[in-house]
Design a protein around this ligand. Sequence first.
Ligand code: C2E
Ligand code: MG
Ligand code: MG
Ligand code: MG
Length: 281
Amino acid sequence: NAKNHRLESHANYHPSMQAETERRLELIRNLRQAFAQQQLELWYQPQVELSSGRVVGAEALLRWPQSDGSFISPSIFIPLAEYSGLILEIGHWVLEQACMTMRAIESEVSADFRMAVNVSVPQFRQKNFANEILGVMRNHQVDPQRLEIEITESIVMDDPNLVVKVLNQLKSYGVRVAIDDFGVGFSSLSYVQRLPLDKLKIDREFVRSAHTTSGAVVIESIVNMGHRLGLQTLAEGIETEQQAKYFDELRVGQAQGYLYAKPMSLVAFKDFIEQRKGLAV
Ligand code: C2E
Ligand code: MG
Ligand code: MG
Ligand code: MG
């Protein structure tokens, strides 16, 4: 009855939960303000071909700088941006910035270089998301072949049929699709062969466990599956030469990680590309 119900909710209620909720709302307000004041930045982390070290792409990663010089991690503010709906505007801005950067470095990079952009569930749920992407690319005169979008399991699980439709549409424009953080979720295996994917990004958690016997078993199964499904493979979070050698020997095509370069600001990234110019062919 009503009385019991009230008692029960009261029993589950903790003052710390309210404090937590208020902290989140405060963070959302600050994020909205930071975005409106153009304080968010898009940084770039190079992706390399493992066998040669050639730069074949970059992943665009959001940064929210604070006045003390620190950054709030996207793992904290992206979920809040998703929850509040702000991710739609932020995500659009990310696409625009990524396209502008792609355009700026186009003549300095190899023909197969791609800019990878992360996208969120609410973006996928919008009507005409694929057309929005195409529109942004046209406005900035960037060939859709230059774009790769990174989707996660949460996007797939949200509405698998819609996702297949949107991905097929994107692919018909020439946009590539990578599945991010692959293997972390429980349902990865059930959808990987049903989606029109181009690339499988092996999550950093697996890369960290590569030196253990059980870790290697899991990694080698994932890589083997990627190869047999005809997908490109990329190892995330490569930090040591040993890891690079291990994945190269497994014939994983690409890598991304601190061993090669950390995510960097637009200015630093342009310098990086400029310095690599001769090597990037
Ligand atoms: P992600 O897409 O899996 O991005 C890779 C993360 O691994 C990045 O964290 C990157 O800085 C980090 N990383 C790369 N190499 C190494 C390494 O060698 N060692 C270590 N320890 N870390 C490495 P970051 O930048 O903090 O981003 C976290 C997550 O936030 C991203 O994970 C992505 O899911 C999300 N995110 C970032 N930018 C965007 C965005 O523009 N849109 C959306 N929807 N999500 C974003
Ligand atoms: Mg990513
Ligand atoms: Mg990832
Ligand atoms: Mg991740």
